[in-house]
Write a new protein. Structure first.
Lengths: 314, 431
């Protein structure tokens, strides 16, 4: 019982947006859909929604072709935020819900509940063009969930939000997951993925580079990390002398050290102690998703894919 | 596994009515709607009372024509005859005898006289007339003078060459109204009213299509520009969105048309009473509504609705490929030109009679809403012609609707460069 994206192909003129894209999203999970801009994430979401048609391939939810499923199966938070600028927030929320056949009274009640949950009940009577970006984001998320969809597709939901709103949104995601919803979202923020997602797919140029449960992906990466802090020395230049160890991400507070496969983390600790250093923090961790992303895509997640730049809003 | 087979069950209702209701409310509550309605009501009321205004302005005015002849006897006899034959309508003719042609022409040029009519007897005995017109007289006055001088010449001839038993002939006009029957007596007041009703109906349909059609295109572009389209297109089908928008804006347009028409019709209905109040008892004015019949109203309603539906689809499709409101001008002019060409045929039908080309134009779907309603008002239309014109219009709406929805579905998610014709063709083909 899952959402299955099976061998999707999609071209826009000469540009290949999706190239046999295949992955599976288990029901009831929060799923991270990772890729650089232009990797094909928006195109995939639009095909799942039925707004775009794939040239080849199929999407199924619980074994049924997505093209015959009712629209209300899906809730969608697009990357480009947009509301009717002059319409009152509560009116638009009721309007969108009514397009999914939610009775207006029920839509109004649920919308007010959600506004209260996001701690912004006063927005109900405001016009959309008077809202801050973060508040517009909340309204759009509410509009995506008001009709009680089984699957939520969210394109870059955390972009442009301040830390308080990121935390609120994360909370809401987990709550929705606990209600049995399946959540799929794309993002560049690996920290958020690490905090929320049980499974991920990393895509590049319309293909899945790696996908599955986060734990398995990390384990399969083989690499391990050591997070180390030493009193009076934040550069830790000596680490590069330790065989199989290199500084991944230097930091004032703590430094991340990457170890080759088979290298025992204790080697780093022993080397530090041998130099007479006072170790204030020592932590063994698995490879970060950021590093795994770079390993598979060849560049950081916030860099653009050049091949797909002519693809419309993908 | 291809993309062509399955389709979700997307019933037209209730989403079309939900979308239409929102469009209607937003438009009717908007400032643009209120202000434009007020301006239009004022304008149309002014036009409705214009005939009375013209009569008030012309009251007591005469058309002054100098009859110029070197021979004062000839001048006076000509004046006597002309008085008999010139019609004495709203602006009665005042005829003044003059001797000097140059002085009379100068008076015409100085606007002291409306015209100078030079009369001269040729050596053969024949009369010769020359009219010097100022800018105050039009075709009708010229036709009056032409007829009156011709009649004067006949009388003059008969005075000099006695003719026995001549009587002025009857002159009756009968205008055919259908292929069956012999037609009915020509009533100039009804015909004048038919021209007015035809002109007003044709103009209203033309104006509604161009203005409210643009509202449809603007609405689509605004939804794209504000990016709310992304939410809409996942919540409702392209068909629901296009038809809902067309219905909502169409109803708002119809509301405005009614708000403008009803007071104007009310004024026209009491036109005669108003004229008597303003101009005094005994001065009647022929109602402009004499030709208005339930059939003509039904025809107007049918062509208004169908004409708008056809153009609304085209405007929705045209707007769907644009990203910014500034780009609307790309589609506004070409679409307006299609409508203007049709409207031009309607004007010709009013002024120049119904030619074969105008008859054909009244079957062409993009033109029939203007041309056929004008023909219905002023001309003779067979029932099969109405059926053909409406049938072609309805069939075209279906075909254009299907293509427009395809273009819309592909176009609304495209952002970027200004589209050319090729982009619209590609979108229609679903690429």
């Amino acid at each position: 019982m899952s959402l299955l994206i099976h061998h999707l192909d999609k071209r826009f003129g000469a540009v290949v947006a999706l190239d046999g894209l295949t992955f599976e999203v288990p029901q009831g999970q929060v799923f991270g859909f990772l890729g650089a801009n232009g990797a094909g994430k928006t195109t995939t979401m639009r095909i799942v929604l039925g707004v775009l048609h794939a040239d080849r391939g199929i999407v199924t939810w619980k074994g049924r072709d997505s093209r015959i499923l009712p629209r209300s199966t899906w809730g969608y938070l697009p990357e480009e935020r947009g509301l009717y600028p002059r319409m009152k927030v509560i009116d638009q929320l009721v309007y969108f819900a009514s397009l999914y056949a939610v009775p207006p009274d029920q839509a109004r009640r649920n919308a007010l509940d959600w506004l209260a949950r996001f701690r912004v009940p006063e927005l109900a009577k405001r016009r959309a063009d008077t809202l801050s970006k973060g508040n517009q984001q909340k309204i759009q998320l509410i509009s995506a969930v008001l009709h009680d969809p089984e699957v939520l597709l969210m394109d870059e939901p955390f972009t442009g939000l301040d830390p308080v709103n990121v935390a609120l949104l994360r909370e809401a995601f987990l709550e929705l997951r606990d209600q049995g919803k399946t959540l799929i979202f794309s993002t560049h923020q690996m920290e958020t993925v690490e905090a929320l997602c049980e499974s991920i797919a990393i895509v590049d140029r319309g293909r899945v580079m790696i996908g599955g449960p986060v734990r398995d992906i990390r384990r399969a990466a083989g690499r391990r990390l050591v997070k180390l802090a030493v009193e009076g020395d934040h550069r830790l230049g000596w680490i590069n002398d330790v065989p199989g160890a290199r500084i991944l991400r230097p930091g004032i507070d703590r430094t991340e050290v990457e170890l080759d496969e088979g290298v025992d983390p204790d080697v780093v600790l022993s080397a530090a102690l041998a130099r007479g250093a006072t170790v204030t923090h020592f932590e063994v961790a698995e490879a970060s998703l950021e590093q795994i992303f770079i390993d598979h895509v060849g560049r950081p997640s916030d860099e653009e894919t050049h091949l797909a730049t002519t693809e419309p809003a993908a | 596994m291809t993309n062509s087979v399955p389709a979700r069950d997307d019933p037209a209702f209730p989403n079309i009515s939900i979308i239409a209701r929102r469009e209607y409310r937003e438009l009717v509550r908007g400032r643009l709607f209120k202000v434009s309605t007020l301006i239009l009501i004022t304008l149309v009321l002014l036009i409705a009372i214009l005939p009375i205004g013209v009569r008030v302005f012309q009251r007591g005015q005469t058309t002054q024509v100098a009859v110029v002849a070197a021979d004062s006897v000839l001048a006076n006899r000509t004046i006597d005859h002309l008085r008999t034959f010139l019609p004495q309508g709203d602006r009665p003719y005042e005829l003044i005898a003059m001797r000097d042609p140059a002085a009379s022409i100068e008076q015409v040029n100085d606007r002291n006289l409306d015209a100078a009519l030079e009369v001269e007897r040729q050596p053969s005995g024949r009369l010769s007339f020359t009219v010097h017109l100022g800018e105050t007289l039009g075709q009708t006055a010229l036709a009056d003078l032409g007829f009156a001088t011709f009649a004067t010449a006949i009388i003059d001839f008969s005075e000099r060459n006695p003719v026995v038993g001549f009587e002025v002939p009857d002159f009756n006009v009968v205008r055919g109204s259908s292929s069956a029957g012999r037609g009915s007596a020509f009533d100039p007041a009804v015909f004048a009213s038919r021209l007015i009703v035809g002109a007003v109906f044709g103009f209203l349909i033309f104006l509604s299509i161009v203005i409210y059609g643009m509202w449809v295109a603007q609405g689509v572009v605004a939804e794209k520009q504000s990016r709310v389209m992304e939410l809409l297109i996942s919540a409702a089908s392209a068909r629901q969105l296009v038809v809902g928008k067309a219905v909502g804006i169409g109803l708002a347009g119809a509301t405005q048309t009614l708000l403008v028409l009803v007071p104007a019709l009310a004024v026209l209905a009491v036109e005669d009473i108003l004229a008597k109040v303003v101009l005094g008892q005994g001065v009647g004015i022929d109602s402009s509504l004499k030709a208005l019949s339930p059939g003509l109203l039904l025809g107007f309603a049918s062509y208004y609705v169908l004409g708008f539906a056809l153009y609304a689809f085209v405007y929705a499709a045209a707007g769907s490929l644009l990203s910014r409101a500034e780009d609307l001008q790309i589609v506004a002019l070409p679409l307006a030109i299609i409508a203007i060409v049709g409207y031009f045929q309607a004007i010709l039908a009013l002024t120049g009679g119904i030619t074969v080309f105008i008859r054909l134009a009244s079957y062409v779907p993009f033109w029939s809403p203007f041309v056929m309603i004008t023909r219905l008002a002023v001309g003779r239309v067979e029932p099969w012609e109405i059926a053909l014109s409406l049938g072609l219009l309805a069939a075209t709406i279906v075909i254009v609707g299907v293509i427009a929805i395809r273009i819309y579905a592909a176009g609304v998610l495209l952002y970027g460069q200004r589209p050319g014709l090729r982009a619209y063709v590609a979108a229609a083909r679903g690429r």
